[in-house]
Design a protein around this ligand. Structure first.
Ligand code: SF4
Ligand code: SF4
Ligand code: SF4
Length: 225
């Protein structure tokens, strides 16, 4: 597939890929601005195994959905259970539709952890494939103000303080704090110690050290242009 004008392709440098060192992460394909390089997981080839160490500080991990979505090798599995807003906000009289207020999401601060979407149906993350330089797995967070009663729970749950909620008036209600539980697992047979998970984690719960390449592992790859 040719994805640049011929004139530009004539000037492009020759790119050599040493498949004996490639670990199919596939960061190169995600940073290429013209998507000239793609990594597909097909066909067998011998690849070096990267040596490294990855640790999760379970005391810090929330958990959320971010590192699982960002990992290019699908090496991370996270189970997250967030209490639902409808179970936490109880009206003693009146209805949620009588509440008035304002909600804003600062997308520069949002890391796309996905917790607000789990909490409340008024919030919806538009997911995408993470790409360089930020490797954010989302494009935006949409707010449906028809469904929002400005309870403020999303502001409480957001780890990056990206959400701001002001409630001007509401019928009498009680609002319980949200609760998050879950678990995280890293499959080190798949991990290539690229460090992306550590770079994106909003609470610095991941540490990743990569060392030399040792041994060989059978991976499945096919380069396409
Ligand atoms: S390690 Fe960080 S990014 Fe991954 S689930 Fe835990 S808090 Fe979220
Ligand atoms: S607004 Fe906050 S809670 Fe929602 S996805 Fe972004 S960082 Fe996570
Ligand atoms: S270092 Fe993290 S993001 Fe990179 S492959 Fe390993 S688990 Fe996935």
């Amino acid at each position: 597939m040719r994805c640049m004008p011929d004139m530009l392709l004539d000037k492009a440098p020759l790119i050599m890929i040493d498949e004996s060192r490639c670990v199919v992460c596939p960061i190169c394909s995600s940073i290429c601005p013209t998507h000239a390089l793609k990594v597909n997981i097909e066909g067998a080839i011998e690849m070096p195994k990267v040596k490294g160490k990855i640790s999760i500080d379970r005391g810090k991990c929330i958990p959320c959905h971010l590192c699982e979505r960002v990992c290019p090798r699908e090496a991370i599995r996270v189970e997250v259970k967030v209490s639902r807003k409808d179970e936490l906000v109880k009206y003693h009289e009146g209805s949620p539709r009588e509440a008035e207020g304002r909600i804003t999401v600062d997308l520069d601060k949002c890391c796309y952890c996905g917790l607000c979407e789990d909490l409340c149906e008024a919030l919806k993350v538009v997911w995408t494939r993470p790409e360089a330089p930020g490797f954010k797995p989302g494009l935006t967070v949409m707010v449906n103000e028809e469904l929002c009663d400005y309870c403020g729970l999303c502001e409480k749950i957001c780890p990056t303080r990206a959400i701001k909620v002001e409630c001007y008036k509401s019928p009498p209600r009680t609002v319980e704090d949200p609760h998050i539980e879950g678990s995280i697992k890293v499959d080190e047979d798949l991990c290539v110690y690229c460090g992306l998970c550590a770079a994106v984690c909003p609470v610095d719960a991941v540490s990743c050290d990569s060392a030399s390449t040792v041994g060989y592992v059978q991976l499945y790859v096919q380069w396409t242009q």
